[in-house]
Design a protein. Structure first.
Length: 163
């Protein structure tokens, strides 16, 4: 999906946005996406942890997060941490880009949450931008779907446990 500001973006920068809804409240979704160690609960990654703590909480601004499967992975730095509505991070290592920034916005949507995950990137190698952007969009779309499905299960399970 392209956004309205694509015409203002430099030609070498690519961007995309993925939007999905969950029945879970923002606080529950935030507990999953805002805490690095919880990503292994709802993604396909097997290693999700901090290599450096941030502020004002361990997962806050300045935190370095390591995500991986087997020998492959990435390191990201948290650059925006506004519980329970906004997580921003930038890639520091592990993906073939000069620059990658993603922002996850959680917005109240009725009794649930709208998850809006947007990203911009500058490819490492000229001519690879469209392919890298498509691959990263596919990964983020998968993350967004898994996050919402997992959050919905948490809500359903809490409902069953309260009856």
């Amino acid at each position: 999906m392209t956004s309205a500001n694509d015409s203002e973006r430099p030609r070498h920068e690519y961007g995309f946005e993925v939007v999905r809804r969950t029945n879970a409240p923002p606080e529950l979704v935030w507990a999953l996406v805002g805490v690095a160690s919880r990503w292994k609960e709802w993604t396909w990654m097997t290693r999700t942890f901090l290599t450096r703590e941030g502020v004002p909480e361990p997962d806050g601004v300045g935190a370095l997060r390591r995500f991986g499967v087997g020998p492959f992975g990435s390191i990201e730095e948290v650059v925006a941490w506004e519980p329970p509505s906004h997580l921003g991070y930038e890639s520091r290592k592990g993906i073939p880009v000069r620059r990658y920034r993603a922002d996850v916005h959680l917005e109240v949507d009725g009794t649930g949450t709208k998850v809006r995950w947007e990203a911009t990137l500058v490819p490492l190698l000229p001519g690879t931008g469209a392919v890298v952007a498509a691959l990263l969009r596919w990964v983020i779309a998968g993350f967004t779907k898994r996050l919402c499905v997992y959050a919905d299960r948490q809500v359903a399970q809490a409902g069953r446990n309260s009856n």
